[in-house]
Design a binder for this molecule. Structure first.
Ligand code: TYD
Ligand code: MG
Length: 453
C-alpha cells in the first residue's frame, strides 16, 4: 500500500509544484520538474527509542578532535583545508569522465597502503573493472575493500561492521533507500541517502566521500540539496580537450574555499602539479597579438595564466562577444572602458576572449590583462612575451590596487618574466629586491602608452 503524495520538484532551483509544468515558474528553466513522492512519516523520537540530546553551555562542549589525516594526495589535502577531517562528509562533483573515480581510487590506494582499512563502494562499475583500474593506478592493497552495492541500508551495515578509516561512495546517484519508492538518483533519494550517510559519518567519526555527477545543465542531480547537506563540496573541473584538472572547494566547513588543487591526467592516473603556472604557460605562443600573461591568486597560491583575445571585424549585423574563463560581464565592462576612455572603436568588432586552458578566473586583478589583450589584438601589435599585467580597473579607467601584489610579482620573477605592470597604488619593494622590472601604472591609458607607444 502506498498512499504517499506526489509532487514535482525543479531540479535546478528546488521549486515545488503540485502539478507538472513544462517551465519552472521560479527559475524559468524548461523541462526541469521531476516527479517526487513524499517520504512516509518517520517515527517520532519517542517511538524510535533514542535518547534525545539536551542543550548544554557552549563552554562545556568538548573541543572536537581536529586530527586530520592525509588523503595521500597533497593537492587534495590542500583543497580539503589540510587533510581529511574525521566524521566529515565530502562531496566531489564534476562532469562524467573528468576523473572523480580515478582521484578517489588513487587516494583510497594511498590510504590503504599505509595499512588503514578503506571501503570503496561502487554502484557504477563492477568490482573487476575497479580492480583493473586500481591495478593501473598502483592502488592495490589488501586493506582496500570493494563493495558493489546500491542499497543504503546494506551499505550502512557493512560500514558499521568493518569500521574503515574512510569510505568512498561512487556515486551518490546510484544509491537508494528502501524507505522511498522513487528511483535512485531522484531528488528524494539523493537527499535521503546523503542525509543518512551524514548522520552515520557524524556518529561513527568515519569520513565519507561521495561522488556526484553534474548533469548536462551544470547542476548536481537533486536541486543542490546535496550541497546543503554535506560538509564540503569540491568540484572537479577542466577541459576535456586538456589533460589538466582543477579541484576547487566551493563549500568547506573545515577550511577555506579558495584553495585549488591542480592535476594532470596521465596514462597511469592523475598526477599532482606542483607548479601550475609552468603547466598553464607551456603552450604559449610568442609574438602573437592578443596574448598577455596575468597573475591570479588562488587561495594562498599565485598562478600565472595566459589571456588570449581575438578582435576581428564582424560580418554580421551585431558584433559577437565570446568569453571563456573570465566573467562575461567583467569583460563587457572592460570593452566599454576601452571605447569610452581610450577611444578604441570596438562596436563593430567580434571579440573572443579566452584563458588558455579554459581555467575559470573571476578575480578583478586580471582586469588590466583583459584590457591589454583586447587592445593588442585590435591594434595587431603583440605585447612583449616577458611581460605580466596585474591590476584591477575601475569605471574611470583607473588602475586599482590588488591584494597580495608581492606574491604575484614574485611568482612572475620566479618563472623568468622580465617586467610587470603593477598598480601605482600598491606599495612595493624595489626592482632589485623583487628581481623583476616594475612598471607602475595609474590608468589604462598609461598602461597602453607604455606597451604600444
Ligand atoms: P573517471 O575517473 O572514470 O571519471 P569519472 O569518475 O569522473 O566519471 O575518469 C575517466 C577518464 O579518465 C577516462 O576518460 C579515461 C581517463 N583516464 C586516464 O586518462 N588515465 C587513467 O589512468 C585513468 C584511470 C583514466
Ligand atoms: Mg566514475
Amino acid at each position: 500500500m502506498n498512499n504517499s503524495k506526489t509532487y514535482y520538484v525543479c531540479q535546478s532551483c528546488g521549486h515545488i509544484s503540485p502539478k507538472w509544468l513544462g517551465r519552472c515558474p521560479d527559475c524559468e528553466s524548461w523541462n526541469a520538474l521531476v516527479e517526487e513522492r513524499e517520504a512516509p512519516p518517520r517515527p517520532s523520537r519517542g517511538q524510535r527509542g533514542s535518547r534525545g540530546q539536551s542543550p548544554i553551555p557552549i563552554t562545556l562542549v568538548g573541543g572536537e578532535r581536529e586530527e586530520r589525516f592525509s588523503s595521500g594526495i597533497q593537492e587534495l589535502d590542500r583543497v580539503l583545508g589540510g587533510g581529511v577531517v574525521p566524521g566529515s562528509l565530502v562531496l566531489i562533483g564534476g562532469d562524467p569522465g573528468i576523473g572523480k573515480s580515478t582521484l578517489l581510487l588513487q587516494s583510497s590506494g594511498k590510504i590503504s597502503q599505509e595499512g588503514n582499512l578503506v571501503l570503496y563502494v561502487t554502484g557504477e562499475e563492477s568490482a573487476s573493472q575497479t580492480r583493473m583500474r586500481a591495478n593501473r593506478l598502483e592502488a592495490l592493497a589488501d586493506s582496500l575493500y570493494l563493495l558493489t552495492e546500491t542499497c543504503l541500508e546494506d551499505i550502512i551495515d557493512h560500514i558499521c561492521r568493518l569500521t574503515p578509516a574512510i569510505v568512498v561512495v561512487d556515486s551518490i546517484q546510484t544509491l537508494y533507500t528502501q524507505h522511498l519508492p522513487s528511483a535512485p538518483g531522484s531528488v528524494a533519494q539523493v537527499r535521503e541517502t546523503a542525509g543518512e550517510l551524514m548522520s552515520l559519518a557524524k556518529s561513527s567519526q568515519i569520513p565519507i566521500f561521495l561522488i556526484g555527477h553534474v548533469t548536462k545543465e551544470g547542476f548536481l542531480a537533486g536541486p543542490r540539496v546535496l550541497e546543503h547537506i554535506v560538509d564540503t563540496v569540491l568540484y572537479f573541473e577542466g577541459d576535456r580537450g586538456h589533460a589538466f584538472r582543477i579541484l576547487r572547494a566551493v563549500k568547506n566547513r573545515f577550511g577555506s574555499t579558495n584553495e585549488i588543487g591542480v592535476f594532470e591526467m596521465k596514462g597511469h592516473g592523475l598526477q599532482e602539479v606542483a607548479n601550475p603556472s609552468e603547466l598553464f604557460l607551456a603552450e604559449r605562443p610568442t609574438g602573437v597579438p592578443g596574448s598577455i600573461v596575468v597573475a591570479c591568486l588562488e587561495g594562498s597560491r599565485p598562478i600565472l595564466l595566459e589571456l588570449q583575445a581575438l578582435v576581428s571585424n564582424s560580418n554580421l549585423g551585431t558584433a559577437r562577444r565570446m568569453v571563456t574563463g573570465p566573467d562575461y560581464n567583467r569583460v563587457s565592462l572592460m570593452i566599454a572602458l576601452l571605447e569610452k576612455r581610450v577611444g578604441l572603436q570596438l562596436a563593430g568588432e567580434d571579440i573572443f576572449l579566452n584563458v588558455a586552458g579554459g581555467v575559470k578566473v573571476e578575480e578583478p586583478a586580471i582586469d588590466l590583462g583583459i584590457i591589454l589583450a583586447i587592445a593588442s589584438s585590435f591594434r595587431d601589435q603583440p605585447i612583449d612575451g616577458k611581460t605580466v599585467a596585474i591590476g584591477e580597473v575601475g569605471l574611470a579607467g583607473e588602475v586599482r590596487a590588488v591584494p597580495q601584489l608581492e606574491m604575484r610579482v614574485r611568482e612572475a620573477a620566479k618563472l623568468g618574466f622580465e617586467r610587470c605592470l603593477v598598480p601605482c597604488k600598491n606599495a612595493l619593494k624595489s626592482e632589485q629586491e623583487m628581481g623583476i622590472g616594475l612598471l607602475p601604472v595609474d590608468s589604462i591609458g598609461g598602461a597602453l602608452e607604455i606597451l604600444f607607444s
